[in-house]
Design a protein. Sequence first.
Length: 296
Amino acid sequence: MIRRKRNRQLWSSTVAASGWSESTLAEQAWEGERGAAVRWAFAGALAGAIAGLVLFAPAAWLAQYVASASSQRFILADAQGTIWSGSAVPVLAGGAGSRDASTLPGRLEWTLSPRWYGFELAAREACCLNGAMRVQIRPGLGRVKATLLAPAASAVGQWPSAWLSGYGTPLNTLQLGGTLRLVSPGFTIEQVEGRWLLNGRLDLELEGVSSRLTTLETLGSYRVTLTGGSGANSATLLSLSTQDGPLQLTGSGTWGPGGVKFRGEARSATGDEAALSNLLNIIGRRDGARSIISIG
């Protein structure tokens, strides 16, 4: 025991004299610092990669989301740029598997800016939008809410009625002419677990409508009004009315969790029965002089 103790003392004295202990501790400290530096460098590279991915996320990602949310009925084709600043060609389509599609002239341009509540979207399209259309987007758990801010002009925009043919039957058969206008003081639309909810009011005005299925120059002008409530399960009310013209359209319905349910009728003004007979056969189910329109 005495000899072992003496050996340890000699060893300690030798180590202390040589400075090997201090060298080892310094090397261990350096290794620790190098390991921390490597970890921080990796974390910084990862954060930079994520930031770059977010800042330069391609516009195609936004196009994929829009197509999915609209069940492939509204498509942003040839998307270019990023989700924050990009452009695309708006396309209306008949849904998944449909061959019907129609495009607009020119490109839809947008900028998406972060806000405390989510994002603000500013959209511009020379052919159709009256200035910049501004939309507040508030994402949430299992839902996303979009609020159209009150536009400066009375109408948000106007589009050729022929664009609606992309939705498929019967619009592609009617081959409509004229202009479609969207008028609203502002509204909120929310997607909750695949269901769409509307809060507010918007009017779709079809002006100077024509069709190749009749010899009449114009069919008339019409208004579709959508009025939504504030309840989670409230349905949006639909109404169709005729402003003027030989083709008289009326009807009402709802748009809710169960889809669109609409009942209406079409009839011709006195003296135009022969010119509108074929069109009335296509619009709905004939019942004497009128045609019954039923959806859902």
